[in-house]
Design a protein around this ligand. Structure first.
Ligand SMILES: Cc1ncc(COP(=O)(O)O)c(C=O)c1O
Length: 397
């Protein structure tokens, strides 16, 4: 049989983060002591009261389908969260619960984009944005943020990228992979452009709770009623409550869009897993201390590891204020150690220094590598020591 796959998946790139993780796993299985800094998820278990709520729900018989847009009680919990944290008021018809934030984004682009519609994506970007836009027939239009500008796009850059076909812009603050957070003032200026040009803002706030060193997360939707109208907020419990495997996210915004997303979900997933929805209710309505404890652990790691990282010859790094990633520029280190590019340098770090990092090429900036500090401080310190020894030894040769 000659099997031909659909055109829509022919150019789909596999996730670059998964390729390195697979190679690291292979080395570990061969007995190599590899430290993985590729993880995109917190290294803590889901807090106990959330686990208990999930188990209880199952024994109470909540094991059946739910409404496609999610349990009314979970929607209410999300509405309360948005009111408390952002001061934003939403109706249940403006909320859809999804199978993770990734699925909220996927569904959103499916209902939003016609062939050829453009979505502006600041680079570096989370790997799934371009692929999701393309899968919906859209065209990703990249704005290259400058490292000197802390990886933030400017209002001028945004205005220049807009064409007659622009449908939306994606803002991800705090950002994966850079950890950078937009200030209120910066969002006001970007918001003006979006309103002037009448483009939708997709605000991915999945790392909202993970902000450090006195920084404050602001949602662009908070800044005015007009901006709220123009924004779809994407968020969920994956990173805030260490619940990546439960697959619960949500979208909040314009009810026409949410209704279309709900219709699509009703024919694809039916509903997010019922048990996970009960767990998410407990996450939003229960004690928030575990969230703060995890945040503090990340904050401590960042403090220790950042200084050590920038002490490696050839490494420079924009100081992140959120998420759990560091995104150093290592072009100079790759050159000093005799590699053609950072992809090769990252491959050698894995094989020779036994440290798995993600090359920046997958995020649209090939001079950087992404390191996740969602691992113990001991492991992080050992990893940075290994990387430094690797670079110093090669430079001396
Ligand atoms: C920027 C960003 N958005 C969305 C997601 C997806 O989150 P979820 O696990 O809830 O699908 C991730 C996960 O890595 C992410 O980094």
């Amino acid at each position: 049989m000659v099997l031909e796959l659909a055109n829509r998946v022919s150019s789909l790139s596999p996730s670059s983060t998964l390729a390195i993780t697979a190679k690291a796993k292979e080395l570990r299985e061969q007995g190599e002591d590899v430290i993985g800094l590729g993880a995109g998820e917190p290294d803590f278990n889901t807090p106990k009261h959330i686990l208990d709520a999930a188990v209880k729900s199952m024994y109470e018989g909540h094991t059946k389908y739910t409404a496609s847009a999610g349990l009314p009680a979970l929607k209410q919990a999300i509405i309360k969260k948005l009111q408390t944290d952002q001061g934003l008021t939403y109706k249940p018809s403006e909320i859809i619960v999804t199978n993770g934030a990734k699925h909220a984004l996927y569904t959103l682009f499916q209902v939003l984009l016609n062939d050829g519609d453009e979505v502006i994506i600041p680079s570096p970007y989370w790997v799934s944005y371009p692929e999701q836009v393309k899968l919906a027939g859209g065209v990703p239009v990249y704005i290259k943020s400058q490292e000197e500008n802390h990886f933030k796009i400017t209002p001028e850059q945004l205005a220049q990228a807009v064409t007659g076909k622009t449908k939306a812009v994606i803002l991800n603050s705090p950002s994966n992979p850079t950890g950078v957070l937009y200030t209120q003032e910066e969002l006001v200026e970007l918001g003006k452009v979006c309103l002037e040009q009448d483009i939708l803002i997709v605000s991915d706030e999945i790392y909202e709770k993970l902000v450090y060193e006195g920084s404050k997360h602001v949602s662009i939707a908070q800044l005015s009623p007009e901006l709220k109208e123009q924004t779809i907020i994407i968020n969920g419990v994956s990173k805030s409550h260490s619940m990546t495997g439960w697959r619960i996210g949500y979208a909040a915004g314009n009810d026409k869009i949410i209704k279309a997303m709900t219709n699509l979900a009703s024919h694809s997933t039916s509903n997010p897993t019922t048990t996970a929805q009960y767990a998410a209710i407990a996450a939003y309505t229960g004690p928030q201390e575990p969230v703060e404890e995890m945040r503090q652990a990340f904050a401590e790691r960042l403090k220790v590891i950042y200084e050590k990282l920038i002490a490696i010859p050839g490494f420079t790094c924009v100081r992140p204020q959120g998420a759990f990633y560091l995104y150093p520029n290592v072009k100079a280190a790759a050159e000093m150690t005799g590699y053609h590019n950072v992809d090769e340098f990252a491959a050698a770090l894995l094989v020779e220094a036994k440290v798995a990092v993600i090359p920046g090429s997958g995020f649209g900036t090939p001079d950087n590598i992404r390191l996740s500090y969602a691992t113990s401080l001991d492991q992080l310190e050992e990893a940075v020591t290994r990387m430094k020894q690797f670079v110093v030894a090669k430079v001396q040769v």
